[in-house]
Design a protein around this ligand. Structure first.
Ligand SMILES: *Cc1c(COP(=O)(O)O)cnc(C)c1O
Length: 386
């Protein structure tokens, strides 16, 4: 046995400020650390474990595929990849799917699709992508450029050119769009930026202007997607139809997968050799994702809405809580106390929560049992009131 804390500190790149907790297992929305301490998990591995830890149905879907073959490469056909693409298209109205391994890669491919569409149709000078301030689109150089937060850009300049960041107002949008605009990319609820849902008026304006000017509308649903907002994808909450929808995080239920869903305008944008990913469409990840998508049904979605209502009602106007924002089970809490202090104190009391900028952020598993959720919300209230 190694000492995990010291080995990690010595050998793992220091990219993360970890909590001093070594998770060794769990079940559903309960996590267990190496001291045997139990936690109610309101983070689900940052919106990834949609059905919690070691969910039996998901584990059997994944292990069944694992026992058949774990990988083939994209030189050949395989059923899980084709089946997942079919299900995603049928549930969304998108036409084709490009698979990768992460949210950043899903967004890279969306940006490629928008730029190629614009270059093919309007010429090579049309490549500007408009994104939002306080957005987060990933850690690759191009998705960092897309990310509208300067703190992420520092140390890595120069980034990919051609991105402009605006506040989500109709005025700034109208001012930013011109003949060189290829795409508009946005999170319907900016997650890392502070759990900030967009106004319907602004979203409608983006959809209208994109349709009028033949600009590719890209919804980054890496965090908002896969049932989290009470609809399968958050664009459905808003009643718009993007040209490209990206997702990752929750899609695989805990395994790495990214999906770039291509609508009618860009369905044939990627011809052989134009884009690729060695692991993209991995059969084990796709088998897990098929299980996830199949189980995000009306019943589950209405439970998401019910749990969301419960959290909002319990926390709004509670002592030490200034405001609650979000959509579905993607919730940001502005606390009087420092958010990091709240998260640490919750952890001591057995509740795992996250932060987003200066807020406490909750992203529980969609199937978290109500009694566990109530217990965890009571602990958050207690911590915030002190
Ligand atoms: C997490 C996230 C990403 C990046 O996903 P990775 O899998 O970490 O590359 C991109 N966009 C949004 C909205 C995210 O929340």
């Amino acid at each position: 046995m190694i000492d995990v804390f010291s080995a990690d500190k010595q050998y793992v790149a220091g990219s993360y400020a970890r909590f001093p907790v070594n998770i060794v297992g769990g079940k559903g929305s309960e996590l267990i650390d190496s001291n045997g301490k139990k936690y109610i998990d309101l983070g689900s591995g940052i919106a990834v474990n949609i059905f919690g830890i070691a969910d039996e149905q998901w584990v059997s879907a994944v292990t069944e595929q694992l026992g058949k073959f774990q990988h083939t490469s994209n030189l050949y056909y395989s059923e899980p990849c084709a089946l997942l693409a079919k299900k995603l298209c049928e549930r969304t109205g998108m036409k084709k799917v490009f698979f990768s391994n992460s949210g950043a890669e899903a967004n890279e491919s969306a940006i490629k699709a928008a730029r190629k569409y614009a270059a093919d149709k309007k010429g090579k000078d049309v490549y500007k992508i408009i994104t939002l301030k306080n957005s987060f689109h990933g850690r690759t150089h191009t998705t960092l450029a897309a990310t509208g937060q300067d703190t992420f850009h520092e140390h890595f300049l120069p980034l990919t050119e051609g991105f402009v960041h605006i506040e989500p107002t109709v005025e700034e949008l109208v001012a930013a769009v011109d003949d060189s605009t290829a795409g508009i990319m946005f999170e319907l609820v900016r997650g890392e930026g502070g759990v900030l849902p967009l106004d319907k008026e602004f979203v409608d304006a983006m959809a209208k202007i994109a349709a009028e000017k033949d600009i590719i509308l890209i919804a980054d649903e890496v965090q908002t997607g896969n049932g989290r907002t009470g609809e399968l994808y958050a664009y459905m909450n808003y009643g718009i139809m993007p040209d490209v929808v990206t997702t990752a995080k929750g899609l695989g239920g805990g395994l790495p997968i990214g999906a770039t869903m291509l609508g009618e305008k860009v369905e044939n944008i990627f011809t052989p050799g134009l884009n690729g990913s060695t692991f993209g469409g991995n059969p084990v990840c796709c088998a897990g994702a098929v299980n996830v998508i199949d189980r995000i049904d009306d019943k589950l979605l209405s439970e998401v809405v019910e749990k969301s209502d419960y959290i909002f009602k319990s926390l709004q106007n509670a002592p030490g809580i200034e405001s609650v924002s979000g959509l579905g089970l993607m919730i940001g809490i502005k606390t009087s106390k420092d958010a990091k202090t709240v998260v640490s104190e919750c952890m001591e009391k057995g509740v795992i929560a996250l932060t987003a900028k200066d807020k406490v952020r909750l992203l529980p598993a969609l199937n978290i049992p109500f009694d566990m959720l109530k217990k965890a919300v009571d602990i958050i209230k207690e911590v915030c009131a002190q």
